[in-house]
Design a protein. Structure first.
Length: 490
């Protein structure tokens, strides 16, 4: 067994690889993928005369600081009536990754990239996802572009979907763009170098906030999830930080939600079946109402996303410290999202959490297989060719994608625990402020604030209330299993 000083990032990579295999995911690419990859000489090419040349638009990407798999670009123009025309370009991954190929078969099996702090397990080989099929700055790339007009009141109208050639003018990062929007930082150098990009970003932010306000008025839920990320200095874990929601993340989130709605509607108008991402109206609504009742509030007898969002907004304002834990309770009671096949004329299930009726995953084909499926279906409609997937295929894929995405999320949650255990194992004996987050038949669970981590309170403790603030001492960690144990400090 390694000592705390000997453990490193490589241990986390090994644990993640084992967790992938245990959950039925393939952590490595097979030889057939490597053979196909070696035959690719450059990015996708296509001489279809219907492909528009949109390279002159002021495209930019906004993503995490360390993101190299760039799936989408955005651009906009202000219209005379105060509305904003939005363009969202999504990488045409299908131009290189053809259905039935070895690379496609691996992507179809895993269905998603798996993100851990120590290593990313990409759905597509990195030579594709971070290079040949990524919308990298300074490169011409094929894309599928959605256009929509966002009105002053936040309503939006789909304009069209088409294939295009695009060119990323500026690769930007969430935190730097958000700091600039908030007046806490300078315009990033990559944006400053592009004439008109400052106005672009202001206008995109304005349109996104319009969309956001309208969605929340319609009942879209504002939740705060606990997803800390480990930070490394070489091989050592040196810190863990909770990802903070900010204006730049909201900008991209809103434009992508709108794009996914436009895409779903375009597919429906095309007359074929489509793969939708849904969160059903909660069957356990009464239990959600019971949670609200504990805070002295009442919810309607039937599921009502507007009433739930209003309750959550009040709780967030009243008690931001405990809001992540309340969010987790609500998420579990609502139930997880899933992929389903919907056909024209059927009643859409919709996405309860986002308060939208028509929704599909379409904006990240380098990272998610459902988005690649949707991309192929869009291209088939645009080229007036036969549907690339039969109804039976889609139904099998919907179930498989739901299953594999759930497995990937479990791996990511498992690794967050091991990352925290690795950081904390050299701090055994230290005391921390904590909050009680839950109970089971035999255990009590707590969350410490700095660093943000969750663990178990050793048995034999007095009865504690969920939400109660306490002081705890770290007594043991197990990096291999992701266990962190505390005891109550008197």
């Amino acid at each position: 067994m390694k000592s705390a000083q000997q453990r490193s990032r490589s241990d986390l990579v090994r644990i993640a690889t084992e967790a992938m295999a245990e959950r039925g995911l393939e952590p490595e690419f097979p030889a057939s993928v490597q053979r196909q990859l070696s035959s690719l000489t450059g990015p996708g090419q296509d001489v279809d005369p219907k492909i528009r040349d949109l390279r002159a638009l002021p495209w930019c990407s906004i993503d995490n600081d360390d993101s190299l798999d760039l799936d989408q670009l955005t651009a906009c123009e202000r219209l005379a009536d105060g509305a904003v025309r939005i363009h969202v370009a999504v990488a045409d991954v299908d131009a290189l990754v053809k259905k039935g190929s070895a690379i496609d078969a691996h992507a179809r099996f895993n269905t998603t990239s798996v993100y851990t702090s120590a290593k990313v397990f990409p759905m597509l080989p990195e030579r594709l996802s971070t290079n040949l099929t990524s919308l990298n700055p300074g490169e011409d790339r094929l894309a599928v572009v959605s256009e929509m007009v966002v009105a002053v009141d936040g309503s939006f109208t789909p304009v069209g979907v088409h294939r295009a050639l695009v060119h990323n003018k500026a690769k930007l990062a969430y935190d730097a763009v958000s700091a600039w929007i908030d007046g806490a930082g300078d315009l990033p150098d990559a944006a400053r170098a592009v004439p008109g990009m400052e106005a672009q970003l202001r206008t995109q932010d304005e349109a996104a906030q319009r969309l956001r306000q309208r969605r929340h008025a319609q009942g879209s839920l504002e939740l705060e999830t606990f997803q800390p990320r480990a930070l490394f200095d070489g091989e050592r874990v040196v810190d863990i930080r909770q990802q903070v929601q900010n204006r730049a993340r909201q900008l991209i989130e809103e434009l992508m939600i709108a794009t996914n709605t436009c895409t779903a509607q375009f597919l429906a108008r095309g007359g074929g079946a489509s793969l939708r991402r849904v969160v059903r109206s909660p069957e356990r609504w009464q239990r959600i109402a019971d949670v609200a009742r504990k805070f002295g509030e009442s919810l309607p007898k039937e599921p009502d996303s507007r009433a739930l969002e209003a309750f959550l907004a009040r709780r967030h304002q009243a008690d931001p410290l405990r809001f992540p834990d309340l969010s987790l309770v609500i998420v579990k009671l609502m139930g997880s999202g899933e992929y389903v096949v919907e056909q024209p004329g059927g009643t859409p299930i919709g996405h309860f959490g986002l308060a939208v009726r028509d929704y599909t995953h379409s904006t990240a084909p380098n990272r998610r297989f459902p988005d690649l499926i949707t991309l192929r279906m869009l291209k088939a409609i645009l080229s007036e060719t036969g549907a690339p997937y039969s109804l039976g295929e889609l139904q099998v894929l919907a179930q498989h994608c739901t299953q594999q995405e759930d497995a990937a999320q479990k791996v990511e949650r498992r690794m967050r625990k091991s990352e925290a255990a690795l950081l904390l194992e050299s701090h055994v004996g230290q005391s921390y402020d904590a909050i009680v987050t839950g109970h089971s038949m035999s255990d009590t669970w707590v969350r410490i604030f700095n660093p943000p981590a969750e663990g178990r309170l050793a048995a034999g403790v007095p009865e504690l209330e969920v939400g109660q603030q306490i002081r705890v001492k770290l007594v043991s960690t197990d990096v291999e299993r992701g266990f962190i144990d505390f005891v109550l400090v008197d």
